[in-house]
Write a protein that binds this ligand. Structure first.
Ligand SMILES: [Cu+2]
Length: 194
């Protein structure tokens, strides 16, 4: 099972924050223009993917951006093992949440992000976003999302405060969980994702 189950949210999210997901860039090398076997151990750049913004908000100088791209296979590294989370045909997109300091333009790690997607009143997705590394996106919080079909959806992000030591300039911001909601349209592409 690749997905966390629904819980109160932030407690779980904080508890597993130590495992960080990594986009499986090496897998991309298996496609067109396959790299030599020795390249597996390098960080190879994956093929560029179109990115679509879903919403943006600002909270105490933190920019919160939700973006989607095609579903990806990624690895979750626990410290000893790399567990692959494979994209499936049911996945609609890879949801990425970027948290950025608006003053320094620096990505903000060590936070937690819980994503809930509704179609009307019905919850169709309710999962933690993995802390994640990507060559294109840098530090972000991501997960693959499967939606039941085309339509208008609302995405609610629950941002948990960065649980980390802070220099004085960061001691008075982002101290409580913060919720933002975006509406977005989803229309599946004609080609299946595979
Ligand atoms: Cu990601």
């Amino acid at each position: 099972m690749t997905r966390t189950t629904r819980t109160g949210g932030l407690a779980l999210a904080a508890g597993v924050a130590a495992s960080v997901a990594v986009l499986a860039a090496a897998l991309a090398a298996g496609g067109a223009g396959a790299a030599p076997a020795t390249a597996k151990q390098r960080v190879s750049m994956p093929m560029p993917m179109p990115m679509t913004p879903l919403g943006v908000a600002t909270w105490q100088g933190m920019k919160i951006e939700a973006i989607r791209m095609s579903p990806v296979t990624f690895g979750v590294f626990t410290g000893t093992t790399m567990r692959l989370v494979k994209k499936t045909k049911k996945d609609s997109f890879h949801l990425m949440v970027q948290l950025t300091d608006v003053h320094t333009k620096t990505p903000i790690p060590y936070a937690s992000v819980w994503a809930t997607i509704r179609k009307g009143p019905k919850i169709v997705f309710d999962e933690r976003q993995w802390p994640m590394l990507s060559a294109f996106m840098g530090v972000h919080y991501g997960n693959n999302v499967a939606l039941p079909g085309p339509g208008t959806y609302t995405l609610t992000l629950l941002i948990g405060p960065p649980q980390v030591a802070r220099h004085p300039e960061y001691m008075h911001v982002w101290l409580k969980a913060h919720r933002v909601t975006f509406a977005f349209q989803w229309k599946p592409a004609k080609q299946p994702n595979s």
